[in-house]
Design a protein around this ligand. Structure first.
Ligand SMILES: *[C@@H]1O[C@H](CO)[C@@H](O)[C@H](O)[C@H]1NC(C)=O
Ligand SMILES: *[C@@H]1O[C@H](CO)[C@@H](O)[C@H](O)[C@H]1NC(C)=O
Ligand SMILES: *[C@@H]1O[C@H](CO)[C@@H](O)[C@H](O)[C@H]1NC(C)=O
Ligand SMILES: *[C@@H]1O[C@H](CO)[C@@H](O)[C@H](O)[C@H]1NC(C)=O
Ligand SMILES: *[C@@H]1O[C@H](CO)[C@@H](O)[C@H](O)[C@H]1NC(C)=O
Ligand SMILES: *[C@@H]1O[C@H](CO)[C@@H](O)[C@H](O)[C@H]1NC(C)=O
Length: 330
């Protein structure tokens, strides 16, 4: 990280205001509690590991654990927001927009941010992160390096957390801090309409018939030693996928024995394949893993749009949220 952005991080840390998230109780479907331990048939076995494959299973430990978030409440939806450890500005924007837990009335929504260990200016960034967490109490961190190739560990951390510290939640969404998320649409038009197969519910932006990139200068390079097959199973784009908390437990279990892959979204697809879980096809055009120009009535009827962060997210959200009750044509 450059000095200028470090200074920005520090400044924002100073101007942060404390806010107390209100917790609501709600009368929505709940799932049963689990004990957070991997099921017997999924206990880890030893494997040799390519340097690009993160070490897993491994006893990564929580350095920050927002476990009080889930105490004495049964969230309907947990938003797991992957974020880079130094990126305080994006987290602030999410807290002020779709990640604000008090936006959703009777529907209990929990927002938590997933980070790893800072790799640049690590002591300073870690101190700032701890300050930020003292104010907001919504940051989850384990002791793995916060790098692109370790994103799978970040996602697994969130899934481990739901399994162990928030098992009474109904649904979980994994997304990123550079996304526009219409949480109301997700809750009311999708999750509350799920009728059958709730326990194995998994949906998002489906990617089918894809495979690993073998050119070693690509950001998404995956060598044959890490993933020998030429095709990936069906999976949902990591920009936003949603699943039941029961499925979180099952994914956590099976992840102990599936060969780890740096591409977190593909890895979750591999876990689903192993679990024989079929991804639920979403309504057309509601998950955009790409950028779309802001249009209030369009954004009213979708769940995710990529590439809205910081000031841009706040600007769009101000319009979107202030006019949320005014009509749009059907
Ligand atoms: C796996 O590795 C650990 C540490 O090297 C060793 O103690 C354990 O016996 C191994 N387990 C199996 C199933 O080989
Ligand atoms: C979240 O929303 C509540 C209610 O509108 C508001 O009082 C609070 O300031 C918001 N929090 C943030 C971080 O914007
Ligand atoms: C992932 O994190 C582990 C644990 O901190 C570290 O040893 C490893 O180098 C990281 N891997 C990559 C590819 O960044
Ligand atoms: C993926 O594509 C195959 C054929 O290429 C098709 O049979 C299958 O139904 C597709 N799956 C999904 C979930 O779209
Ligand atoms: C990357 O691939 C090219 C062409 O296949 C090869 O010549 C080169 O040695 C590779 N580099 C690494 C670091 O593996
Ligand atoms: C998935 O289906 C296969 C083939 O029907 C079966 O062998 C396997 O046990 C199933 N796995 C799980 C986790 O249910």
């Amino acid at each position: 990280m450059k000095i200028s952005s470090l200074a920005m991080v520090f400044l924002t840390g100073l101007i942060c205001k404390t806010f107390f998230s209100m917790s609501f109780s709600c009368h929505l479907p709940r799932f049963k509690k689990s004990n957070g331990q991997p099921a017997q048939q999924f206990l880890p076995s030893n494997k040799t590991r390519h340097p690009l494959a993160p070490p897993y299973p491994f006893p990564y430990k929580f350095l920050m654990n927002p476990q009080e978030k889930c105490q004495s409440r049964n969230p309907f939806l947990v938003l797991l927001v992957a974020s880079q450890s130094h990126d305080v500005m994006s987290r602030l924007a999410v807290r002020e927009t779709w990640g604000n837990e008090s936006n959703y009335g009777d529907v209990d929504v929990v927002t938590v941010f997933l980070v790893g260990l800072p790799t640049v200016a690590s002591d300073k960034v870690q101190q700032l992160l701890e300050k930020e967490n003292n104010i907001y109490g919504d940051i989850m961190q384990q002791d793995f390096m916060d790098t692109y190739y370790n994103l799978t560990l970040k996602t697994l951390m969130g899934i481990e957390w739901v399994t162990k510290y928030c098992p009474t939640a109904s649904y979980v969404m994994k997304t990123d801090s550079d996304m526009f998320i219409n949480v109301n649409y997700l809750i009311h038009k999708i999750l509350l309409t799920v009728s059958s197969g709730r326990e194995n519910f998994f949906t998002g932006n489906i990617r089918n018939n894809t495979g690993p990139i073998r050119t070693n200068d690509s950001k998404w390079y995956v060598p044959k030693e890490v993933y020998p097959d030429d095709s990936y199973p069906v999976y949902c784009s990591g920009s936003g996928y949603i699943f039941s908390s029961i499925l979180a437990q099952k994914i956590y279990d099976v992840a102990q024995v599936v060969n780890i892959l740096p591409m977190e979204d593909v890895f979750i697809g591999m876990c689903l394949e192993k679990l024989n879980v079929t991804i639920t096809a979403p309504i057309k055009n509601i998950f955009y893993g790409v950028w779309k120009n802001y249009d209030r009535c369009l954004f009213n009827k979708l769940v995710t749009v990529h590439d809205y962060a910081r000031e841009k997210l706040k600007e769009v959200w101000t319009d979107f949220w202030s006019k949320k009750d005014s009509g749009c044509p059907d």
